[in-house]
Design a protein around this ligand. Structure first.
Ligand SMILES: Cc1ncc(COP(=O)(O)O)c(C=O)c1O
Length: 449
């Protein structure tokens, strides 16, 4: 088993939050922006592997991984060593203005994961939203078109360009005025709630028809569209995988009309679904792929990877001060090697194991409507009534909170789902522990129904 943990299972010793955690929370309230969305009062002090220790010495099993970021677990020794070594040699030089070997070295690794039928180029940034912004610019620059098509429920970031594509929660857009023009949103194929009763494999044909027969005929011609941007598995929106045929259809439409297909793999990518990229399951070749989060084990690295024929903008068209920072890329390189060296296979193996244990939850628990996902990206949808599928955000919050009090960290997703996105290092013993805690937490929440 691949793990950096010394302690593998959680232990809660104090009431939560404990006294020291309460102090930090009060301190935070004094100085920090109130816009941050804290689901429950975890005050992290240190972490190793899949275990997080709080300010009072309680330990938690981490099935959130800092929003699917700590793919190699917390403070993996190889990642720590790479960061420490690089920090002593070169911290910053500005890859926009000067050269350093870490940029092409890590870019070559990223390119090795892409379809071999094409040549690819890479641009590094610091966060998912920056990758999205860069991709919007590149798609517009390359196609000389400005219209963009995105999907309801998808999340692409919070800066003004990416926010224009994000259609997850209205609070994320509210009071920020007019966003980017030329953006149209269409429904995402959400099999559990498919109005036509289609399955996880077949849902979405009507959306393709909407795009071709309505949007392209009544709103703007396909020749005006720069890009279609989609999450192959919706992350923030509820851990909802798009059916594979749907992604294939998007590629067909994009190829037909010279539209850039941008796949936002910021949450789903880098091994989490058992393949490098979630789109690999569909066997398609996108024009631009976006990655961040799990790529560097918690150091800020993002990238957009585009076909060489697409990334043909002129010197000065796009740049960054910090993007491709040597220390961050050292962490990314170590992370990549670990994912390639076994964690991706582990994600598939332990993901399948978890599915085999929880796919019958809708039969066993009356408030579980759906269990879905791939690898270690698993969504559990909580409903008040399985027949009406009435969403139950309060019960979802109760399950997440109950789990926290039992020592398991998870996060909500979408209006009423729970995301299970542990580090890719977890083993079956840790999976069993998390499943037991989740089951107890669901049972407790069910008492309120
Ligand atoms: C799919 C996706 N795209 C983009 C982003 C934005 O990333 P960041 O928060 O690093 O800017 C996120 C963040 O959750 C995401 O899940």
């Amino acid at each position: 088993m691949i793990t950096a943990t010394e302690t593998k299972l959680p232990k809660i010793k104090t009431a939560l939050p404990g006294p020291k955690a309460k102090e930090v929370i009060a301190y935070d309230a004094k100085y920090m922006s109130p816009s941050l969305t804290r689901d429950y009062p975890l005050v992290a002090e240190r972490a190793s592997g899949a275990i997080v220790e709080d300010a009072d010495g309680n330990t938690f099993l981490d099935f959130a991984a800092g929003i699917a970021v700590c793919s190699t677990g917390h403070c993996h020794p190889k990642v720590v060593e790479a960061i420490q070594k690089q920090a002593a040699e070169l911290i910053h030089i500005a890859g926009t203005d000067f050269y350093h070997r870490h940029m092409p070295e890590f870019a070559e690794k990223l390119v090795s994961t892409m379809p071999k039928s094409e040549k690819w180029k890479v641009f590094f940034g610091n966060s998912g939203t920056e990758a999205v912004e860069g991709a919007i610019k590149l798609a517009r620059y390359h196609t000389k078109r400005d219209k963009l098509i995105a999907f309801y429920g998808c999340f692409h970031g919070r800066t003004l360009g990416s926010l224009s594509l994000t259609a997850s929660k209205s609070t994320q857009r509210r009071n920020f005025g007019t966003l980017l023009g030329g953006v149209e949103h269409i429904p995402y194929p959400y099999a559990y709630r498919c109005a036509l009763g289609h399955t996880k494999e077949t849902c979405g044909g009507e959306i393709i028809e909407l795009l071709e027969q309505q949007i392209f005929k009544r709103l703007f011609a396909p020749e005006e569209v720069a890009a279609i941007i989609v999450e192959p598995v919706q992350g923030e929106g509820g851990f909802i995988p798009a059916p594979l045929f749907f992604l294939q259809e998007l590629q067909r439409i994009c190829n037909k009309h010279g539209i850039m297909l941008i796949l936002d793999e910021v949450q789903a990518g880098m091994g989490r679904t058992g393949k490098w990229w979630a789109y690999d399951h569909a066997g398609i070749t996108p024009d631009i792929v976006l990655t961040a989060k799990g790529i560097a084990s918690g150091m800020p690295v993002a990238a957009f990877i585009a076909k060489e024929s697409v990334m043909n903008w002129k010197v000065g068209s796009h740049g960054t001060t910090y993007g491709g920072n040597p220390v961050c890329l050292a962490a990314a390189t170590a992370t990549f090697d670990l994912i390639e060296g076994g964690l991706m296979a582990n994600a598939e193996k332990v993901g399948n194991y978890i599915f085999s244990k929880i796919s019958d939850w809708p039969k066993r628990f009356k408030i579980v409507g759906d269990v879905r996902g791939k690898g270690l990206m698993i969504g559990v949808e909580i409903v008040r009534d399985q027949r009406t599928k009435e969403r139950a955000p309060d019960l979802r919050d109760a399950v997440v909170d109950n789990a926290f009090h039992r020592g398991l960290l998870t996060l909500g997703s979408g209006e009423n789902s729970i995301r299970i996105s542990p580090p890719l290092i977890i083993d079956e013993e840790q999976a069993d522990c998390a499943i037991r805690i989740m089951e107890e937490s669901i049972r407790e929440a069910e008492k309120a129904v």
